[in-house]
Design a protein around this ligand. Sequence first.
Ligand SMILES: C[S@@+](CC[C@H](N)C(=O)[O-])C[C@H]1O[C@@H](n2cnc3c(N)ncnc32)[C@H](O)[C@@H]1O
Length: 212
Amino acid sequence: MFQLAYWEQRYKQGGSSGEGSVDESREWKWNIIDSYLSEVENVIDLGCGDLTFWLGRNCRQYTGIDVSETILNKNKSARPEWNFILSSSDQFIKNMKAPVVFCFDMLFHIMDEKSFIKTIDNACRYSSKYLFIYTWKKNPFSRSFALRRIFKKGNLSFIKYVFFPSKTDNRYQYFRSIDDHIDILKKNNFQLLNEYEYPDDIGCMYVLKKMN
Ligand SMILES: C[S@@+](CC[C@H](N)C(=O)[O-])C[C@H]1O[C@@H](n2cnc3c(N)ncnc32)[C@H](O)[C@@H]1O
């Protein structure tokens, strides 16, 4: 449960959800979403974070789920008309259903394999139509990525992964590929409509639709 404490601590100290929900990254994600939805009006947002992603946006019916009580309290003040639930994504919440489910920049923060699988399963069960998942498609802790960071960006902080490639930073990030878990999506009757690789060569937006 370390990563749950990590986020609570981070938000308590005034930290944000991170770079994935600001500037070009946010715009890039919304462009994809807007190309599928004429209106964003009923959404379940799994691992909703600090709502920076929703800056300048509205949603008639919104439910945000997150493990951090601190950020949810802040969100409730900022968006009193929205619904927020303090829960871990691997816990199934009864009667939770919406035509659109978002799960952005959260899956790679789940350290435990079972929790990861349960989260994808729950995301499918909550959605009656669309599921948008943004997560890593490539492993940033691999040797090739570490070498690229060093030679292209002069960033030496990843040098240990050149010698000891890994799938995790053993702190709060763990690489698992959606491509290796397509069976969970198929079992829930979801079809992958499209995937969009982010220019950083790591992240990817997966757009899935429930088949009737
Ligand atoms: C990097 S932030 C992304 C926030 C938001 N989705 C966005 O794109 O701006 C990750 C969020 O996931 C939440 N989180 C991490 N593990 C979780 C879990 N197992 N269940 C629910 N929320 C979780 C954290 O508290 C944090 O707010």
